[in-house]
Design a protein around this ligand. Structure first.
Ligand code: ADP
Ligand code: MG
Length: 251
């Protein structure tokens, strides 16, 4: 199951700074979208708003046509409603954000037990399944400190998948990895995208990956979507001067 996403005039301001300046965006269920753009352009902020880690200053986020923060009559949504919408979304972070005192399996089963209401046995069975899926079947009892960066990120992906999200958000998930570990993580992401079971948004600096493996790419600059096109088109024939400059500088 995957969910559609719709943003209407989404704005986020921190103090005096307009970080997102009225984003309008529709992502159909099952699509894989990459977001590229300079540092500080608001890419992570957008993912954090989608993950309900922060609230918009104005504008709306709709998941499957349901507004995240407001009820149909415009009044504020209940916390139960926000939790329900958030439950459809999983996120993987650049710096893994694992619980250091828990094993790999402990990290993966935490939310299914405490948020999802699974029994410990059910969560362990599910957790083993997803650790196996990311190639870590033999590391379930190991703590994060004993894992390589690539292995930590595999745990991060398994942990998000274990909540069976309909939408997965990946924020520069290979940026903290040694170069030889990047390919393995991208392969996992590509395999997930190819299944089309989830809607996926990836903030990435891996331009070849965005071009080859994502249906669509957004170029972000200064809190706006400057260009939005099928990935092949955006990379081979960028229309906006700012996109052209950015791609020339990074490729
Ligand atoms: P990107 O991911 O594209 O590099 P971010 O979304 O992290 O950009 O940040 C965009 C801008 O918002 C930056 O100028 C950053 O300093 C600012 N910003 C992000 N989060 C916060 C916050 N919690 N408080 C204040 N400013 C923030
Ligand atoms: Mg960022």
């Amino acid at each position: 199951m995957s969910s559609s996403i719709r943003l209407n005039k989404l704005c986020k301001r921190y103090g005096e700074v307009d970080v997102l300046r009225g984003i309008d965006l529709e992502i159909p269920a099952g699509q894989t979208v990459s977001i590229i753009g300079p540092s500080g352009s608001g890419k992570s902020t957008l993912l954090r708003l989608l993950m309900t880690l922060d609230r918009p200053t104005s504008g709306t986020i709709e998941i499957d046509g349901e507004s995240m923060w407001t009820q149909p009559d415009g009044s504020p949504a209940s916390s139960a409603h926000v939790r329900k919408v958030r439950g459809k979304i999983g996120m993987v972070f650049q710096h893994f954000n694992l619980f250091p005192h828990m094993t790999a399996l402990g990290n993966v089963i935490e939310a299914p037990i405490h948020v999802g209401g699974l029994s410990r046995d059910e969560a362990v069975e599910r957790g083993r399944h997803y650790l196996d899926l990311v190639g870590l079947a033999d590391k379930q009892d190991v703590h994060p400190a004993q894992l390589s960066g690539g292995q930590k990120q595999r745990v991060g992906i398994a942990r998000a998948l274990a909540m069976r999200p309909e939408i997965m958000l990946f924020d520069e998930v290979t940026s903290a990895l040694d170069p030889e570990l990047v390919g393995g993580i991208l392969q996992i992401v590509k395999d997930l995208a190819d299944k089309r079971e989830m809607t996926m948004i990836l903030v990435t600096h891996q331009m070849k990956f965005a071009e080859r493996s994502c249906d669509r790419t957004l170029f972000f600059d200064e809190g706006n979507v400057v260009e939005d096109a099928p990935s092949e088109e955006l990379f081979s024939n960028p229309k906006e001067p700012r996109t052209q400059q950015f791609l020339q500088a990074v490729i």
